[in-house]
Design a protein around this ligand. Sequence first.
Ligand SMILES: [Zn+2]
Length: 96
Amino acid sequence: MEKGKREKLPEYSTSEGMELALAYLSDPSDVACPHCGPNTMEVVAYLDGERLRSGGVVGSAPKSEYTVVLFCHACHRGAALELSPAHQHSPSPPPA
Ligand SMILES: [Zn+2]
Protein backbone atom coordinates (compact mmCIF):
# COMPACT_ATOMS: atom_id res chain seq x y z
CA MET A 1 0.00 0.00 0.00
CA GLU A 2 1.56 3.20 -1.09
CA LYS A 3 -0.36 5.39 1.24
CA GLY A 4 0.69 8.98 1.24
CA LYS A 5 2.96 8.52 -1.75
CA ARG A 6 0.59 10.50 -3.91
CA GLU A 7 -0.24 13.03 -1.29
CA LYS A 8 -1.85 16.12 -2.65
CA LEU A 9 0.63 18.91 -2.98
CA PRO A 10 -0.01 21.91 -0.80
CA GLU A 11 -1.63 24.82 -2.54
CA TYR A 12 -1.87 28.50 -2.03
CA SER A 13 -5.07 29.92 -0.71
CA THR A 14 -7.00 32.43 -2.74
CA SER A 15 -5.60 35.38 -0.81
CA GLU A 16 -2.08 34.04 -1.17
CA GLY A 17 -2.68 33.67 -4.87
CA MET A 18 -3.71 37.30 -5.01
CA GLU A 19 -0.56 38.24 -3.17
CA LEU A 20 1.50 36.34 -5.70
CA ALA A 21 -0.30 37.95 -8.61
CA LEU A 22 0.26 41.43 -7.24
CA ALA A 23 3.90 40.68 -6.52
CA TYR A 24 4.34 39.29 -10.00
CA LEU A 25 2.71 42.29 -11.63
CA SER A 26 4.79 44.77 -9.68
CA ASP A 27 8.04 42.94 -10.33
CA PRO A 28 8.05 39.65 -12.25
CA SER A 29 11.66 39.00 -11.30
CA ASP A 30 11.06 39.31 -7.59
CA VAL A 31 8.06 37.33 -6.44
CA ALA A 32 8.07 36.35 -2.81
CA CYS A 33 6.35 33.24 -1.50
CA PRO A 34 3.73 34.15 1.13
CA HIS A 35 5.06 31.25 3.19
CA CYS A 36 8.79 31.34 2.61
CA GLY A 37 9.67 34.85 1.59
CA PRO A 38 11.75 36.00 -1.36
CA ASN A 39 14.15 34.04 -3.55
CA THR A 40 12.24 30.78 -3.59
CA MET A 41 9.76 31.35 -6.37
CA GLU A 42 10.51 30.34 -9.90
CA VAL A 43 8.48 31.09 -13.00
CA VAL A 44 8.05 27.64 -14.44
CA ALA A 45 6.12 28.48 -17.55
CA TYR A 46 4.09 30.97 -19.45
CA LEU A 47 0.98 29.60 -21.03
CA ASP A 48 -0.56 31.58 -23.81
CA GLY A 49 -4.30 31.78 -23.28
CA GLU A 50 -5.24 31.92 -26.94
CA ARG A 51 -3.01 29.07 -27.98
CA LEU A 52 -4.16 27.11 -24.97
CA ARG A 53 -7.71 27.35 -26.24
CA SER A 54 -6.69 26.13 -29.65
CA GLY A 55 -5.36 22.96 -28.15
CA GLY A 56 -1.67 23.38 -27.55
CA VAL A 57 0.24 24.00 -24.38
CA VAL A 58 3.11 26.14 -25.46
CA GLY A 59 5.58 28.24 -23.67
CA SER A 60 5.37 31.66 -25.20
CA ALA A 61 6.21 35.23 -24.60
CA PRO A 62 3.26 36.76 -22.81
CA LYS A 63 1.32 39.08 -25.04
CA SER A 64 -2.37 39.25 -24.34
CA GLU A 65 -4.07 36.82 -22.05
CA TYR A 66 -1.72 34.39 -20.42
CA THR A 67 -1.14 32.22 -17.43
CA VAL A 68 2.01 32.31 -15.40
CA VAL A 69 2.92 29.17 -13.55
CA LEU A 70 4.94 29.78 -10.41
CA PHE A 71 6.55 27.24 -8.15
CA CYS A 72 8.11 27.66 -4.74
CA HIS A 73 11.15 25.49 -4.21
CA ALA A 74 10.96 25.82 -0.46
CA CYS A 75 7.40 24.74 0.33
CA HIS A 76 6.68 23.08 -3.02
CA ARG A 77 3.52 25.01 -3.65
CA GLY A 78 2.55 25.81 -7.18
CA ALA A 79 0.38 28.60 -8.45
CA ALA A 80 -1.09 29.37 -11.83
CA LEU A 81 -1.84 33.03 -12.23
CA GLU A 82 -4.21 34.03 -14.98
CA LEU A 83 -3.31 37.48 -16.12
CA SER A 84 -5.15 39.52 -18.68
CA PRO A 85 -3.55 42.85 -19.45
CA ALA A 86 -6.71 43.59 -21.42
CA HIS A 87 -8.38 44.36 -18.12
CA GLN A 88 -6.26 47.46 -17.79
CA HIS A 89 -7.96 50.44 -19.29
CA SER A 90 -7.60 51.49 -22.92
CA PRO A 91 -10.09 49.15 -24.49
CA SER A 92 -9.29 49.07 -28.14
CA PRO A 93 -12.38 49.03 -30.31
CA PRO A 94 -12.66 46.08 -32.62
CA PRO A 95 -11.61 46.78 -36.21
CA ALA A 96 -14.61 47.70 -38.33
ZN1 LIG B 1 7.06 28.73 -0.31
